[in-house]
Design a binder for this molecule. Structure first.
Ligand code: THU
Length: 136
């Protein structure tokens, strides 16, 4: 599925807006994400940290869990942004969560030069643990 540039920009804008809600007093690293469903709905998320660091939830998972908890399962794209100068790639846990719900969606990044990068989930996470691995 090809996502047009206008849609990518719209999704990135939603991710930047979501970043403003980040709760990141420990790392001071704010992240925003925006997830586009097949029906055109956008679910946003930010990172939510915790004094018990391991309880932190990344922006990507916040957006995905919001969407899943509202009955959405079919996604086209996920935009991820931060204040970092380069592209903000998702952590391993988020890649695993993304792969659970992606058939073929695009993950979209933007750096501080305004350059946009789109990767397929397959490129980002070629060897997920999935339901096939649960068969004994
Ligand atoms: N973080 C995200 O929310 N998404 C990413 O893609 C990378 C890392 C958060 C987790 C933590 O709150 C902070 O960024 C620093 O790791």
């Amino acid at each position: 599925m090809i996502i047009d540039k206008e849609t990518k920009i719209k999704l990135l804008k939603a991710a930047y807006e979501a970043k403003e809600y980040a709760y990141a007093p420990y790392s001071n690293f704010s992240v925003g994400a925006a997830l586009l469903t097949k029906e055109g709905r956008i679910f946003t998320g930010c990172n939510i940290e915790n004094a018990s660091y391991g309880a932190t939830n990344c922006a990507e998972r916040t957006a995905i869990f919001k969407a899943i908890s509202e009955g959405e399962r079919d996604f086209l794209a996920l935009a991820i942004v931060s204040d970092f100068s380069g592209y903000t790639f998702p952590c391993g846990i988020c890649r695993q969560v993304i792969s659970e719900f992606s058939k073929e969606f695009q993950v979209i990044f933007q750096n501080n030069k305004g350059e946009i990068l789109s990767l397929s989930v397959k490129d980002l996470f070629p060897y997920p643990f999935n339901e096939k691995d649960l068969v004994k």
